[in-house]
Write a protein that binds this ligand. Structure first.
Ligand code: ADP
Length: 407
């Protein structure tokens, strides 16, 4: 059934892409990621169906059978985000179903189709028994109902830290296990021995992907002082060429519109406050409608809002450092702890830094936005409650231990 669902996603990729673009404004590169990762998540579901489910334990007395098995949670309530709706809903729905749960999915109100209805239709056509996956469109109160309803046994939430806190509180009050995948203000550490061209390419791409509206975007570019000026000039020149246009008529563009007026107001407000706090603007045109082109700022101090807050907008903020110790301190000077990349040609130095970074995910010489169905992705601090989705973390998220003895 999961393999059939994966084949349906591939068959209907164009239609899925159109829905995502119409609801979110995602660029073609981003919709391709959603479809590829979504397919992979569903295929991984097929593999999860056959995963080991327990441990044989030593008997407590002769002849006793003693084992612990993982049993489904029951009904998993999935509360989805709007920014990458298809893959981020599937990230919970596919493994939860594969591990024997029923699912009630509440997509974000901005993306009821790409984060909800499409997924229901795909599994329906693939042959999932009726009623095992329910999609309930709605906004905050609908999500809140999932967190309190006694028929929902656990909650998987992806969204902002502010709402995540509310969801975590409500789930905890009702003693439901809750997995929270929240925001990030991710550090991108560029050492002086990094390949500058690669560092700039990755740095810009990771600040503007999903139009900056992603938990895995780079929030803080921490660049060694020896190369900081060249890095800033190079990334500013590249960013000046990135124009936000309608991705439905331009499949090459790196940027489309922000999702709605609320996100535009946020981007305008964040950049205004960043400038007021002393960040030096290198690039950034005034917005046109919801089109907010890439902005680049230099001299971002550690008390600037651009350094302290999640950007959720296509904004590059550069802060320079002198020593590896300072880079570590700056990277850790955040309430968030989702992902961090380190760019260097010195593997030993990279690991020494990585060992001291407080983050759920660390990537050396790669993008901050990596995600794959068989790796556990999650965050600490304001980025989540130390839980993760993907790989063996799915067993933790969607099953409970049951201890069984037989004498
Ligand atoms: P925003 O849309 O303001 O950025 P989020 O992205 O954090 O907010 O929303 C993520 C998901 O949480 C959405 O599906 C949203 O409808 C849902 N949600 C909002 N408020 C609540 C709540 N109080 N309880 C449960 N879910 C909620």
């Amino acid at each position: 059934m999961f393999n059939r669902a994966a084949a349906i996603i591939e068959r209907d990729a164009d239609e899925i892409r159109e829905w995502i673009q119409n609801e979110v404004g995602s660029v073609s590169g981003m919709t391709a990621v959603e479809i590829q990762y979504g397919t992979e998540l569903v295929r991984q579901g097929a593999a999860l169906c056959a995963s080991p489910r327990g441990e044989i334990l030593p008997p407590m007395k002769p002849g006793q059978k003693n084992y612990a098995r993982r049993v489904p949670r029951g009904v998993v309530g999935v509360i989805g985000p709007w920014n990458a709706p298809f893959m981020l809903s599937l990230r919970n729905v596919a493994p939860a179903l594969a591990l024997g749960n029923a699912v009630v999915l509440k997509p974000a109100p901005q993306t009821p189709v790409s984060g909800g209805v499409l997924i229901a239709r795909i599994f329906e056509e693939a042959g999932l028994p009726a009623g095992v996956l329910q999609v309930v469109p709605g906004d905050g109160p609908t999500g809140a109902a999932l967190t309190t309803d006694p028929n929902i046994n656990s909650i998987a939430f992806t969204g902002s830290t502010a709402i995540g806190r509310t969801v975590g509180r409500a789930a905890s009050e009702n003693l439901k296990p809750v997995q929270l995948e929240l925001g990030g203000n991710n550090a991108y550490i560029v050492l002086e021995d990094a390949n500058l061209e690669t560092a700039v390419d990755i740095g810009l791409a990771c600040s503007v992907f999903a139009n900056g509206q992603g938990c895995l975007v780079i929030g803080r570019h921490l660049v060694h002082e020896n190369i900081a000026e060249e890095y800033a000039a190079t990334i500013a020149a590249a960013a000046a060429d990135v124009k936000a246009v309608d991705p439905r008529t331009n499949s090459e563009t790196m940027q489309g519109p922000l999702v709605n007026q609320k996100q535009l107001d946020h981007a305008v407000d964040l950049t205004r406050r960043a400038e007021a706090a002393g960040a030096r603007k290198l690039v950034g045109d005034p917005p046109e409608g919801l089109y907010f082109s890439a902005h680049v700022y230099d001299d971002v101090a550690a008390d600037n809002p651009l350094f302290l807050e999640e950007t959720f907008a296509p904004v590059v903020g550069i802060t320079s450092f002198k020593t590896d110790e300072e880079a570590i301190a700056l990277a850790n000077a955040s309430e968030y702890g989702l992902t961090c990349s380190i760019m260097t040609s010195d593997a030993g130095r990279a690991m020494a830094i990585a060992d001291n970074i407080r983050s759920g995910n660390i990537h050396i010489n790669d993008v901050t936005s990596l995600a794959v169905a068989w790796a556990p992705l999650g965050g600490v601090g304001y980025s989540g409650n130390g839980t993760a989705f993907g790989g063996s973390a799915d067993l933790d998220a969607y099953t409970s231990w049951q201890w069984v003895t037989q004498s």
